[in-house]
Design a protein around this ligand. Structure first.
Ligand SMILES: Cc1cc2nc3c(=O)[nH]c(=O)nc-3n(C[C@H](O)[C@H](O)[C@H](O)COP(=O)(O)O)c2cc1C
Length: 434
């Protein structure tokens, strides 16, 4: 029996030239959900300090790095990008045996850059069993949730895709920060989601999507999930109901025939420059005309090809529409191999819902898959997207994620019958060329 998940949802949430025009997004800004979750004052807070290794690890994953002010509105940008800057994710973590932080379960409160202690844990209590780990682990366990309505408010039922991509960007940020922190990490999708959601007091407006382990088991130990639960805090501040998202979450909670990826990526960057890249990361808003070098293109390819350690690895196919790369003929490439020669820049822009980002880039990437497990598959596209962001930034140019594209037209342009998961464009920023 085929138990592949998410197929119907994916089909139902495709963009086409007609669908975008028939269902334009009209937004009532007074109804916008809150983009930051705040627990009540009675929970104890620890302000994150840059001098503390774990504090700065947490900050690098999703901390605020810029503020934008518009007439009547201001919003904050973070180390992680997010579709529409809506940030439909929250980061929780369990810390055990880490100097300077009481053992416990925490929420990363982005608004105040603090770790909020939700529940202290004793040496034999912990959330390890929710990740199929019997022993207590020393280090940090991350749990990434999604208050999905922050995104669904704007993107309606397609928002689940963006929640998954944004989760992938956060896991990509964990990968990048764990390199600075000198700790291996691995991603876990096989989670006891029901138990975890209920332990955190979540109702239908927030659910867990993925977790990551940057910790090692303690020999001879055993952990049990603490009794009771954590008091509920409203993550969005408005009522929400999108049945398609509730349905696809349940459908994608189970996993089927997962293949494990045990290998770790071998990142080798100058750590000072890498940290600066993480802290300065922004999405390019318009590309200039300067091409990138072939060497940089190949470096990005190498970064994309590195393994992502996880318990459910779905294969993705990465198509690169090369528009402006020195020493390379324009065309569609896969793994550095030319599939079709030609100037497809206008076409790439059209496919990205007529966004100039797709046509003016040095390279526009399209990530496709026919993976069976929709949740890990889509999240992986976000992780690879984050690698493209940071890889480009490290090499001196930039990137933008593109979640809006014409699904079927993109697949047929690439002569593929796979699902199109994400598009990203890289190149030199027009601003920087002035
Ligand atoms: C999944 C995803 C999809 C995105 N899609 C688009 C897009 O279609 N068009 C666009 O201009 N920017 C897109 N962006 C970029 C966001 O608008 C940007 O990340 C957000 O405004 C925050 O700004 P920052 O990345 O500079 O911090 C996307 C980002 C992500 C993570």
């Amino acid at each position: 029996m085929n138990k592949c998940s998410g197929r119907e949802y994916h089909e139902e949430t495709k963009h086409s030239w007609a669908s975008v025009r028939e269902n334009p997004n009209r937004l009532d800004w007074s109804e916008q959900p809150r983009s930051m979750k705040i627990y009540p004052k009675n929970f104890r807070r620890t302000k994150l300090k840059s001098s503390h290794p774990l504090h700065s690890f947490i900050y690098h994953i999703g901390g605020i790095t810029a503020k934008k002010v518009y007439p009547g509105a201001e919003y904050y940008l973070r180390t992680n990008p997010s579709a529409g800057a809506l940030y439909p994710n929250e980061i929780y973590f369990q810390s055990r045996g880490v100097e300077g932080l009481e053992d416990g379960i925490y929420h990363f409160e982005v608004a105040t850059s603090s770790a909020v202690l939700l529940k202290p844990i004793s040496s034999d209590e912990g959330l390890e069993p929710c990740l199929n780990e019997r022993r207590a682990m020393r280090g940090v366990l991350f749990f990434i949730s999604s208050p999905w309505y922050r995104s669904a408010w704007k993107y309606k039922k397609r928002a689940f895709r963006y929640c998954l991509l944004d989760t992938g960007h956060i896991l990509g940020a964990i990968e990048a920060a764990s390199y600075l922190y000198n700790h291996a990490y691995r991603i876990v999708y096989d989670i006891d989601l029901e138990r975890l959601n209920s332990f955190f007091g979540f109702e239908k407006d927030e659910f867990f999507l993925a977790s990551a382990i940057a910790a090692v088991p303690i020999a001879g130990s055993e952990a049990v999930v603490p009794d009771g639960c954590i008091a509920r805090a409203d993550p969005v501040g408005v009522a929400s109901c999108v049945p398609e998202i509730e349905r696809v979450y349940l459908e994608t909670s189970g996993l089927y025939g997962c293949k494990k990826e045990p290998r770790f990526p071998k990142l080798s960057f100058n750590k000072g420059v890498w940290e600066e890249t993480i802290l300065k990361r922004r999405s390019v808003r318009a590309f200039g005309s300067r091409p990138i070098s072939r060497r940089d293109f190949e470096t990005l390819q190498d970064i994309l090809n590195m393994p992502i350690p996880s318990d459910c690895d779905e294969p993705l196919r990465i198509y690169a529409v090369v528009n402006r790369v020195e020493g390379m003929v324009p065309g569609i490439y896969m793994d550095g191999r030319l599939l079709k020669e030609g100037d497809f820049s206008a076409m790439a822009g059209y496919l990205c819902l007529e966004q100039g980002l797709g046509s003016d880039s040095a390279v526009t990437y399209f990530l496709l898959s026919r993976g069976c497990n929709y949740r890990p598959m889509y999240i992986k596209a976000g992780i690879l997207g984050h690698r493209l962001y940071l890889g480009s930034g490290y090499l001196g140019f930039g990137c933008s994620g593109i979640g809006a594209y014409y699904d079927d037209e993109t697949a047929s342009f690439l002569e593929s019958d796979e699902m199109v998961l994400y598009a990203l464009a890289v190149g030199y920023d027009k601003e920087a060329e002035r």
